[in-house]
Design a protein around this ligand. Structure first.
Ligand code: HEM
Length: 139
């Protein structure tokens, strides 16, 4: 990713992170709307889950300039996800719910360039995670 793309993801994430509880709520509501079949995989408290997701995203966004430094953690997280019942094909669905949430949360600030930068960031992360957890699978 270019420095401009990294900056636009970090800048827009700061705006949504200020409302992290609401954003997490919006994200999971959308995810379960577009993929009701993943709802049963979430067995624990959704409020706590929302906070875990937002703190993982914060770490990823802060690390975009040196993504390789967090890839070992991301790969381990992906392997843990296999035991939650997560499949490779769920990653693009989660990406779609994330982009939808950012669009809702950011309104006009979510320009085409910002959207592209986010898609790139999510694509890099999910490629690393799915390669680690489902070697050879397409996501
Ligand atoms: C791509 C980036 C993703 C990130 C950064 C992420 C982050 C996290 C984190 C931090 C946790 C908590 C782990 C723990 O408690 O130790 C978690 C749990 C979980 N994630 Fe993800 N996740 C991602 C993708 C996905 C996808 C694609 C799915 C598919 C539906 C998914 C479903 C789940 C489930 C079912 C749990 C366990 C929930 C529970 O305990 O009730 N995640 N995720």
């Amino acid at each position: 990713m270019s420095p401009d793309e990294i900056w636009s993801v970090q800048d827009t994430f700061a705006a949504v992170a200020a409302n992290s509880e609401k954003v997490a709520d919006l994200f999971y509501t959308r995810l379960f709307e577009i993929a009701p079949e993943v709802r049963p995989l979430f067995r624990n408290d959704m409020k706590a889950q929302g906070m875990k997701l937002m703190s993982a995203l914060t770490l990823v966004v802060q690390s975009l300039g040196h993504l390789e430094s967090i890839l070992p953690v991301a790969r381990k997280l992906a392997i843990d996800h296999v035991s939650y019942g997560v499949e490779a094909r769920h990653y693009p669905i989660v990406g779609e719910a994330l982009i939808w949430t950012l669009d809702k949360g950011l309104g006009k600030a979510f320009t085409d360039d910002v959207r592209e930068a986010w898609q790139k960031a999510y694509g890099l992360l999910s490629a690393a995670m799915t390669e680690a957890a489902y070697p050879g699978a397409k996501s």
